[in-house]
Design a binder for this molecule. Structure first.
Ligand code: BGC
Length: 725
C-alpha cells in the first residue's frame, strides 16, 4: 500500500532546510516560477531530467515500475527529484469528481457531469465546481488533476460529450477556464484536454481528424484558447487522434506553433495515456512528458539525446516547463497533506450545482412546478428510479458514496445511490407515491392511469472508449414513455443523459426536464426542480436535433475491419480519416446555416417565470479588449423570482463568410417578480473576429455587425447593429 504522500519527501526537505544556510535558492518565493525552474534545472543530471519526463506505469496494466510503491493510487505518476526538493507528480482523473476512491478506501463527491456544469452558463458555478474538486484532490494526496475536457460536441454521438463543455467554443472555453482557474487556486496542477479535435471515440487511437485550418482555429482550438486564457492551466494533455495528418502528440503546428509560441503557454504538454508515438518527432513537436510509462521518453530519450538527435536545449525546455508548472501552481510551496473532506459541503455543492444545471425543456399547461400541498398521487416510473441515477463511465467515473447501486449491465453502468422515488416521496409527504420499473408496459400504464401525475425517468449511458449507435433512448424507453403518456396526460419525463437524445414522443408529454448525469445529490436536485424549490435557469449547451439525419454527419465514420486489422498488426497511424467538412458549422451554426428545424435549440431552457426583453443598444467597447458593448433591459414578467440567462449573438459582416450567427456573450441576472434590470454585455474583439489563416492571426473585420439578444439561439427578440471601421 502506498504510504508516501505526494510531495511529502520534498516538503520535509524544504522544511528541514528553510532558515538554514543550505536552504535551496529556488525555494525563494519572491522569484518567478521561471527563475526558480531555471535554478533547479542547473543542478539536475541527465537521468534526473529524463525521469521527470515520463510516467511510472498505470493501474490499467502494462509494465510495473519498481517505483510503483510510490504511487498515491491515481491514474499515474512521475518522479520528482527528492534531493532537490522536487516532489513526485501524483495525477488523478477528476472530470466530475476524484476517481478511484473505492479502490483507495477514500471518499469523493460526484458533481454533475461537465456538460451539466456548462448548462448553468455560470462561471461562478464552474469555479465552485473546480474549487471543490481541487480540495478533494489534495485531501486524497494528489497534486495534479486530469480533467478540463473541452473537445467540442461536434459529434453528438461522442461517448465523452458528458465530460466536455458543449458545442460552442466561447461558452465551452469560459466554463472550462473558470473550472481550471479555481481548481488551481487550491494548489493543484490542472490541465485542459484532449488537445485537439478528439471529437469521437471510435478508433480514437488511429483516427485522423481532417479539418481546414480556419475552422480548426475558430472551433475546437478556440475553446482551448479561451480556456487557456481564463484558466491558465499549467498542463495540456494532447489527444489520442491525429490532426490533419500528424498525431496530436507529435503535431508541431498545434503544440509548438499555436499553443507554445502563439498562445505563450508556459506549462507542459503530457500525452494522453499511451498517446505518445515517437521520441525525436514528438520531442521536436513539443511533447514534454509521456504518460503513463516510458516507451519513448525513457531509455529511448536518453539515447536520442546522447546521439544528438534530441538537442539538450530541447530537453531542457521540456524539463523547465514541468518545473515551472510545479512552482507556478504552488504544489511545491504547498505540499499536499491528507485530510478528511467535508462530506456535507460536497453534498450541498453537488445539489446546488445540479439544480442549477437542469434544463426545463417543456412545461405544457404549467404542469410544473408540482404543488406538494395539493398533488394526491404520483407514479414514478423507470429503470432503477427507485434506487439511483446513472453516471458517466470511463476514466471520468467517480465511485458513488455509500453502497453501489445495482450495476449488472455490461459494461458496468454505475447508478449513484440517489433515489428519485425517495426524494419525490420526501418532498410530497401527503401524496401517494408509487413505483414501476417500466419493463412491464401494461403495469406501468395502469399505475400512470391511476395517478394524478406520472414521472418517467429515462436514461442514456455513455462512456469513454465508445460512441452511441444513435441518439435514441436505449432499449424500450421511447415505447415506455409513449405508453405512459397515452395513459396519463400529466406525464413528465426526466432525462438522465450525457448528450442529446431524440424524442419521438415530445408532443405527447406535458413536461420534460433534462437532468444530465446529476451527481451525488441528483435525486434531491430533481425534486427541487419538480416542486419549484429551484426555479430552472439552465440552458442547453448543445443542440437537440430532430433526428440524426439532420446532423452534419448522419452516420459516423468508424474504422473498417481492414483498418482494425492493420491496427492490430501494429501499423503506424493515423490509419483513417474523419473529414470534418462542416468546418465552422458546429452545432447550432450548422442547423442555422442549413435552415434545419431542431427539436430544442442551443441556448434553450424554460423557467417557472417569464421574461421580456427591450431596448437593445450597441456601442463601441473600450477598444483595448472589448470591441462592442450590448446594453438592454430584462424584466421578470411572471410571479416568481428567477434567474435569466440573457444571451447575445452576433452576425458578422457578409465578407467574413461565417455561419449566420454566433454566441458572443451572456449575462445571468436574478430578478424578483416585476423587477427590471439593465444588462450590459461586453464583447471581446476575439469573439467577433475571424481567423486569418494567411496572416496566422485573429482579425476584426470592418463592416456591419448585427447583435441580437434573447433567450436562445432561436429566440432573439432584440436586434441592433453597428458598423466597425
Ligand atoms: C483518457 C484520459 C485520462 C487518462 C488517464 C485516458 O484513457 O483518455 O482522459 O486522463 O486515460 O486515466
Amino acid at each position: 500500500m502506498a504510504l508516501v504522500v505526494a510531495g511529502g519527501l520534498a516538503a520535509g526537505m524544504a522544511r528541514a532546510q528553510s532558515g538554514s544556510q543550505t536552504q535551496f535558492p529556488w525555494m525563494d518565493t519572491s522569484l518567478s516560477p521561471d527563475q526558480r525552474a531555471g535554478l533547479v534545472l542547473k543542478e539536475m543530471t541527465l537521468d534526473e531530467k529524463i525521469r521527470m519526463m515520463h510516467g511510472q506505469g498505470s493501474p490499467f496494466g502494462g509494465p510495473v515500475s519498481p517505483n510503483a510503491w510510490m504511487s498515491n493510487g491515481g491514474d499515474g505518476f512521475s518522479l520528482g527529484v527528492p534531493r532537490l526538493g522536487i516532489p513526485n507528480l501524483q495525477m488523478i482523473g477528476s472530470a466530475y469528481g476524484v476517481r478511484f476512491s473505492a479502490a483507495n478506501g477514500r471518499y469523493s463527491t460526484a458533481l454533475p457531469a461537465n456538460l451539466a456544469q456548462t448548462a448553468t452558463w455560470d462561471p461562478g458555478a464552474a469555479c465552485a465546481y473546480g474549487a471543490l474538486i481541487g480540495r478533494e484532490e489534495r485531501a486524497q494526496g494528489y497534486n495534479m488533476s486530469l480533467a478540463g475536457g473541452v473537445d467540442l460536441a461536434r459529434e453528438l454521438r461522442n461517448g465523452r460529450n458528458f465530460e466536455y463543455h458543449g458545442e460552442d467554443p466561447i461558452l465551452a472555453g469560459v466554463m472550462v477556464g473558470n473550472r481550471v482557474r479555481c481548481e488551481q487556486e487550491q494548489h493543484i496542477l490542472s490541465e485542459l484536454k484532449h488537445y485537439a479535435v478528439n471529437d469521437q471515440e471510435s478508433g480514437r487511437g488511429i483516427v485522423n481528424s481532417v479539418i481546414d485550418r480556419r475552422a480548426l482555429r475558430e472551433t475546437d482550438l478556440l475553446a482551448f484558447e479561451i480556456g487557456n486564457q481564463i484558466g491558465r492551466p499549467w498542463a495540456i494533455m494532447c489527444a489520442y487522434n491525429g490532426v490533419n495528418g500528424d498525431y496530436a502528440c507529435e503535431n508541431k503546428y498545434i503544440l509548438d506553433e499555436v499553443l507554445k509560441k502563439e498562445w505563450g503557454f508556459q506549462g507542459f504538454v503530457l500525452s494522453d495515456w499511451g498517446g505518445t508515438h515517437s521520441t525525436v518527432k514528438a520531442s521536436a513537436a513539443g511533447l514534454d512528458m509521456e504518460q503513463p510509462d516510458e516507451r519513448f521518453y525513457g531509455a529511448a530519450m536518453k539515447k536520442a539525446v546522447l546521439d544528438g538527435k534530441v538537442p539538450m536545449a530541447e530537453l531542457d525546455d521540456h524539463v523547465r516547463r514541468i518545473l515551472r508548472a510545479e512552482f507556478g501552481s504552488g504544489i511545491i510551496d504547498n505540499p499536499t497533506r491528507k485530510f478528511v473532506v467535508n462530506v456535507d459541503e460536497g453534498f450541498a455543492v453537488a445539489r446546488r450545482l445540479a439544480g442549477e444545471s437542469m434544463v426545463l425543456l417543456r412545461n405544457e399547461h404549467r404542469l410544473l412546478p408540482l404543488d406538494a400541498g395539493t398533488v394526491k398521487s404520483i407514479a414514478v416510473i423507470g429503470e432503477h428510479a427507485d434506487v439511483g441515477m446513472i453516471s458517466g463511465g470511463g476514466s471520468a467515473q467517480v465511485d458513488p458514496e455509500g453502497s453501489y447501486a445495482p450495476a449488472w449491465e455490461n459494461p458496468a453502468h454505475v447508478w449513484f445511490p440517489t433515489s428519485p422515488l425517495k426524494a419525490i416521496a420526501a418532498r410530497a409527504p401527503r401524496a401517494r407515491v408509487k413505483f414501476q420499473y417500466g419493463a412491464d408496459l401494461p403495469a406501468a400504464a395502469a399505475l400512470a392511469r391511476n395517478s394524478q401525475v406520472a414521472i418517467v425517468f429515462a436514461h442514456q449511458w455513455t462512456s469513454e472508449a465508445m460512441d452511441l449507435p444513435s441518439l435514441s433512448l436505449p432499449g424500450d424507453q421511447d415505447k415506455l414513455i409513449e405508453t405512459v403518456a397515452a395513459a396519463n396526460p400529466n406525464t413528465i419525463v426526466v432525462l438522465e443523459t450525457g448528450t442529446a437524445v431524440t424524442m419521438p414522443w415530445v408532443n405527447r408529454v406535458s413536461g420534460i426536464v433534462e437532468a444530465w448525469y446529476a451527481g451525488s445529490r441528483g435525486a434531491e436536485a430533481v425534486a427541487d426542480v419538480l416542486f419549484g424549490d429551484v426555479n430552472p435557469s439552465a440552458r442547453l449547451p448543445i443542440t437537440f436535433p430532430v433526428s440524426e439525419a439532420d446532423m452534419p454527419h448522419p452516420t459516423m465514420t468508424v474504422p473498417s475491419p481492414e483498418i482494425l486489422k492493420e491496427e492490430k498488426a501494429g501499423k503506424k497511424g493515423p490509419l483513417f480519416d474523419v473529414d470534418y467538412s462542416e468546418g465552422l458549422k458546429v452545432g447550432y451554426k450548422w442547423y442555422d446555416a442549413e435552415k434545419k428545424p431542431v427539436l430544442f435549440p442551443f441556448g434553450f431552457g424554460l423557467s417557472y417565470t417569464t421574461y421580456s426583453y427591450s431596448g437593445l443598444s450597441v456601442t463601441r467597447g473600450n477598444g483595448a479588449t472589448d470591441a462592442l458593448t450590448a446594453t438592454f433591459r430584462v424584466k421578470n414578467t411572471g410571479s416568481r423570482a428567477g434567474t435569466e440567462i440573457a444571451e447575445v449573438y452576433a452576425s458578422l459582416p457578409a465578407a467574413a463568410g461565417e455561419p449566420p450567427s454566433r454566441l458572443v456573450g451572456w449575462s445571468r441576472v436574478t430578478l424578483k417578480p416585476g423587477e427590471t434590470r439593465q444588462v450590459t454585455v461586453a464583447i471581446p474583439a476575439m469573439y467577433l473576429s475571424v481567423f486569418d489563416v494567411a496572416a496566422e492571426k485573429w482579425k476584426l473585420l470592418p463592416g456591419g455587425y448585427i447583435l441580437r439578444a434573447g433567450r436562445s439561439s432561436r429566440d432573439l427578440p432584440l436586434q441592433s447593429g453597428l458598423t466597425l471601421p
